[in-house]
Design a protein around this ligand. Structure first.
Ligand code: ADP
Ligand code: MG
Length: 333
């Protein structure tokens, strides 16, 4: 008798839960934290449980502790510390990002180069303040940049010359976003938005099957003002621009995307570059790279790559969209 009662109770709970399941179509949970030197927001649709959100933030923190040059004891910090000396053993996650970065450097003729660290440190562009270094300082830092001097052997890594320095600022968020997307999917969350400060990953679309609509920041208007939007499901929308981290001196804007060829902030005629691709790591790296290359060299590169699209916003406000994006792109007034 008792067993039948228990069975009935379980059945009732199951019915209640499935009723909640229907209700949860419109439910969502969201949380924001300051991580990766930016504002990170994760929203999971179709659920009211925050357990998975917490796991996502824990994983971001764990990966930041491996990949950030600024975190003492991180893999990158240890490699930089040992530059010019011994090989350093690193985690499989770090190894993956370093190898991917090497491939992207080769693909982009060195415009993308994670050994740009000495220049990043010299310019020290954190936003707001800064001073323009002199040419001798720029040349000295520039001479230490070169991805071919990053040596990888098994799971050990070495920077060949003292003073060299890795900075994963243009690829780490892409990689970490990708890892969080995999974590969500593994745990059964099929509808989510991951926003890592301008790196947006759409996991699936809305619970009703429609795509997410992702705004593209207007480079010439206050943060949060979109000048265009793209429809996105199962893809990433990653933006790099000269309008968030910069200082001004003598009427010139010095921003944080550095051209290894000049040793200075890139001047390519672009103010904003958005890449749309399912490979978020590549999208992150290419947003920075195309910003450096400019429309003339950047657009042909994007058109040559399968499944990668872009929106380029020039200094004069001209908007150019790659050929595969036209159907899901909308210009806002
Ligand atoms: P954000 O950090 O705002 O998302 P980006 O994705 O464009 O911006 O990355 C810019 C960061 O990448 C810089 O702050 C610096 O750490 C690093 N970086 C700058 N120039 C290069 C370059 N030529 N190659 C690789 N990384 C770069
Ligand atoms: Mg980037």
């Amino acid at each position: 008798m008792k067993r039948i009662q228990t069975g009935a109770l379980i059945l009732a709970v199951c019915l209640l839960l499935s009723a909640c399941g229907v209700l949860q179509e419109n439910a969502s949970v969201s949380d924001t934290a300051f991580l990766l030197d930016t504002t990170v927001t994760i929203t999971i649709y179709g659920t009211r449980s925050t357990d998975l959100l917490d796991a996502c933030f824990d994983e971001i923190q764990r990966l930041e502790n491996l990949l950030s040059a600024a975190v003492e004891g991180s893999d990158i910090h240890r490699i930089n510390d040992a530059a010019g000396g011994a090989f350093v053993t690193v985690s499989s996650e770090t190894l993956h990002v370093l190898k991917r970065a090497q491939e992207i450097s080769a693909l982009t003729g060195g415009a993308f180069d994670i050994t740009v660290g000495p220049l990043v440190n010299l310019w020290n562009i954190r936003g707001g303040t800064g001073t323009v270094p002199d040419q001798a300082q720029i040349s000295a830092a520039q001479s230490l940049v070169g991805y071919e001097n990053l040596e990888i052997s098994g799971n050990s890594v070495r920077l060949a010359r003292a003073g060299m320095c890795i900075d994963l600022g243009a690829i780490a968020k892409g990689y970490i976003g990708q890892q969080i997307r995999e974590l969500l999917l593994r745990e059964g969350a099929e509808h989510a938005l991951i926003d890592l400060g301008g790196n947006i990953l759409a996991v699936g679309g809305h619970t009703d099957g429609s795509p997410f609509r992702i705004g593209i920041q207007d480079p010439f208007r206050p943060t949060g003002t979109a000048c265009a939007a793209v429809s996105a499901a199962d893809t990433c929308v990653v933006t790099a621009g000269d309008y968030e981290r910069y200082f001004e001196s003598g009427g010139v804007r010095y921003h944080h995307i550095l051209d290894p060829e000049t040793g200075a902030p890139a001047r390519s005629g672009l103010s904003g570059v958005t890449i749309v691709a399912s490979d978020c790591e590549l999208a992150d790296a290419l947003s920075t790279t195309v910003f450096i290359l400019g429309a003339e060299d950047g657009l042909p590169l994007i058109e040559s790559l399968e499944g990668i699209e872009c929106v380029l916003i020039a200094d004069d406000g001209t908007v150019t969209v790659s050929s595969g994006l036209e159907d899901c792109f909308e210009l806002l007034s």
